[in-house]
Design a protein around this ligand. Structure first.
Ligand SMILES: Nc1nc2c(ncn2[C@@H]2O[C@H](COP(=O)(O)OP(=O)(O)O)[C@@H](O)[C@H]2O)c(=O)[nH]1
Ligand SMILES: [Mg+2]
Length: 214
């Protein structure tokens, strides 16, 4: 008892993504850059990590005492890292369309970087948390200034109040056409559905019905 059989596979090998998922399918014709945005600790890194088919690139840093003054940690006892630059991931939606996802930090002090990241992006998914809806206005305001279309996904945290869609639309002052969906950023299928609602919305806004860069 206790000693592993000699034939057991090397530890760690199962964690590698299947090689078929690493390389882009040769049939892909359109690559679209989308942003995943939202305030601090709303679930951006979790979201990009849950649905990326490549190992997501993360630039997390352990939060320091200095950051405690600006990063609002109320109710976020367990959060010890923060994204200083970006999260990057990839999702092949179908044989011809691949999405490149850029999770961008919402902290105000990164605004210039944040604006640079929007270059070439077709749209954004705004993650929101019903415990802190008011904190989503800043990010939605920047998107509106930049003319970047967006959909809103409510990331449902345990114990967070569950409001009806109409209430949330009113609270966030959303335009009637702006999609509002619920998601669980930890769940791949749920996160993919939220992203598809953004892509469908972007498609309705293009005269050709194709996703193309302006
Ligand atoms: N319960 C729950 N926790 C979540 C969810 N999404 C993210 N979290 C947790 O919330 C914290 C902040 O998420 P993170 O992705 O780092 O937020 P970011 O600052 O927007 O990148 C982490 O501890 C996550 O594990 C969710 O949908 N439900
Ligand atoms: Mg993050």
């Amino acid at each position: 008892m206790g000693s592993a059989p000699a034939s057991e596979p090397a530890a760690g090998s199962a964690a590698e993504p299947a090689s078929g998922d690493v390389y882009l399918r040769p049939t892909v014709q359109t690559a679209v850059k989308l942003l995943v945005v939202g305030h601090f600790a709303v679930g951006k890194t979790t979201f990009v990590g849950a649905l990326s088919e490549i190992r997501p690139l993360r630039t997390e840093e352990v939060m320091t005492e200095a950051g405690a003054l600006v990063d609002d940690l109320a109710g976020m006892k367990d959060k010890t890292t923060t994204t200083v630059a970006l999260d990057f991931g990839r999702l092949t939606l179908n044989d011809r369309l691949v999405l490149y996802l850029f999770g961008t930090p919402g902290q105000q002090r990164f605004t210039q970087l944040w604006q640079d990241m929007t270059r070439g992006a077709l749209g954004a998914l705004v993650l929101a948390d019903t415990r802190r809806l008011g904190q989503s206005f800043e990010v939605m305001g920047v998107l509106e200034e930049l003319g970047l279309p967006y959909a809103v996904a409510l990331n449902q945290f345990d114990g967070a109040p569950e409001y009806g869609t109409d209430e949330v639309r009113a609270a966030l002052d959303l335009l009637p056409e702006t999609p509002l969906v619920h998601c669980d950023a930890r769940d791949r299928a749920s996160s993919t559905r939220a992203l598809i609602s953004l892509v469908e919305y972007l498609l309705t806004r293009t005269p050709t019905g194709q996703l193309e860069h302006a």
